[in-house]
Design a protein around this ligand. Structure first.
Ligand code: HEC
Length: 404
């Protein structure tokens, strides 16, 4: 924190007292969404929270020139484990109200997966409590179409049957009292990412995403009565709009059911993670059928949990299955010897960091089973393809690491 001028040269005890006083007033006066009471605002910092689930280690950019990209001299910050950031914009001479805050990268702490989307919001003059979420991204898209921030907020809230205050409410913090705020944003974000991936073609990921949000903004402007995320997505003038709707509806249904189940929040996280695997399968195969993507995951993984989660019936059992698989994988402890870890990091993409929390558990005695895949045809078995990419010495190192 910068020293305020009244604290310029006092002796130690006074300096401490002064700094503390400033901290307290800044906290009390921060206001806003209330998400960020622990980090004091100062005259030239903007603090807030980036949330889909909370995004950890994401880059937060103050997009001074409005091109959506990070340019030299534009202030950046990194989010902490609760999605919180503090942007220091003391190098800027112009007021920041109306500038875009752009969040990319990091890890979605609800799923443990890398966050491959992008979230934006407009700085509105408040120094603290700024929320950057799927809903603020939609508001930002309307601002980009020429709406004032207030008008854009009214429009987005009305289109989804929410209040303007809801748009500034941290959906994870409000999960218990307002689950729909969380489930809608999760569904919206998945649909946006799927549609952007489908739109990509020759365009950059950034351009594709902007195009998707422009189309959604058009739908929202034309919307006269509250709709679900799926209904809005279906009306977008985009090639895979109906696939986007199917995914949004399925995510929302799975999350609602998971949140109502005994597993509650843990089940919701596990289900969202599984739905993300289905979405990634749709994106990477460029086959935008939810059902076929789920079936392929079931074929690879054994069982029918993905199809049940994405489909109409039998969701409850599928939710139990994914909750059980996620099991104790909330914290990852690092084994004593990290030799082989870098080689094994490729495996973690599917099997979870440390080899737990992904498809099958591969930490411990199961690790050596990877050698079985050396005998299988790599063309038809994804694991065989992965195992055969290594030399046997490298596989030994991976197994030794995982067995610890
Ligand atoms: C693209 C995703 C992916 C990657 C990357 C991957 N796996 Fe797998 N793995 C799977 C899937 C899916 C299965 C389920 C069985 C199958 O497809 O044969 C599996 C099964 C396994 C099994 C059998 C587990 C059991 O309980 O039967 C082991 C062991 C294993 N993988 C180890 C590894 C190791 C070691 C690596 C890194 C070299 C790795 N995997 C990389 C997807 C992956």
């Amino acid at each position: 924190m910068q020293k305020p001028s009244t604290c310029a040269r006092p002796p130690w005890p006074q300096l401490l007292g002064c700094a503390l006083a400033v901290t307290l007033t800044a906290c009390g006066g921060g206001g806003g969404g209330g998400a960020d009471t622990s980090s004091p605002a100062s005259a030239t910092t903007l603090s807030g929270t980036a949330v889909d689930g909370y995004l950890q280690g994401a880059r937060v950019l103050l997009d001074v020139n409005g091109n959506g990209l990070a340019d030299a001299g534009e202030p950046t910050a990194t989010t902490d484990a609760n999605g919180r950031y503090r942007l220091d914009y003391s190098t800027l001479s112009s007021p920041i109200a109306g500038m875009r805050v752009v969040v990319t990268g990091g890890v979605d702490t609800d799923t443990g997966n890398a966050f491959t989307g992008m979230l934006t919001a407009r700085a509105d003059g408040a120094q603290a409590g700024q929320l950057v979420s799927p809903l603020t991204s939609l508001v930002d898209a309307l601002v980009a179409e020429g709406f004032s921030l207030d008008a854009a907020r009214l429009k987005v809230a009305a289109a989804l049957g929410l209040s303007v205050a809801d748009l500034a409410t941290d959906p994870v913090a409000a999960l218990a009292s307002q689950p729909a705020l969380y489930t809608r944003q999760a569904a919206l974000q998945r649909a946006v990412q799927l549609l952007a991936s489908a739109e990509q073609g020759g365009a950059s990921a950034h351009e594709a995403r902007e195009r998707v949000l422009r189309q959604l903004a058009t739908v929202i402007v034309a919307q006269s009565s509250p709709a679900t995320v799926g209904e809005l997505v279906a009306r977008a003038n985009l090639s895979q709009a109906s696939a986007g709707r199917e995914l949004a509806d399925a995510v929302e249904e799975a999350l609602n059911e998971a949140l109502r189940s005994q597993g509650g929040r843990a089940s919701a996280k596990a289900s969202l993670k599984a739905m993300d695997q289905i979405r990634v399968e749709m994106e990477s195969s460029r086959d935008y059928s939810l059902g076929r993507a789920a079936t392929r995951l079931d074929e690879r993984n054994g069982g029918s949990a993905y199809s049940a989660l994405a489909g109409r019936g039998g969701k409850a059992e599928a939710i139990n299955t994914f909750t059980r698989r996620a099991g104790t994988a909330t914290t990852v402890s690092q084994p004593a010897s990290t030799a082989g870890r870098l080689l094994a990091s490729n495996c973690f993409q599917c099997h979870g960091t440390g080899g737990v929390g992904g498809f099958d558990r591969i930490r411990g005695s199961d690790a050596a089973e990877v050698r079985d895949y050396l005998r299988k045809p790599a063309r038809s078995d994804i694991m065989a393809a992965h195992a055969q990419g290594y030399t046997s010495a490298q596989l030994d190192a991976i197994i030794a690491y995982l067995k610890q």
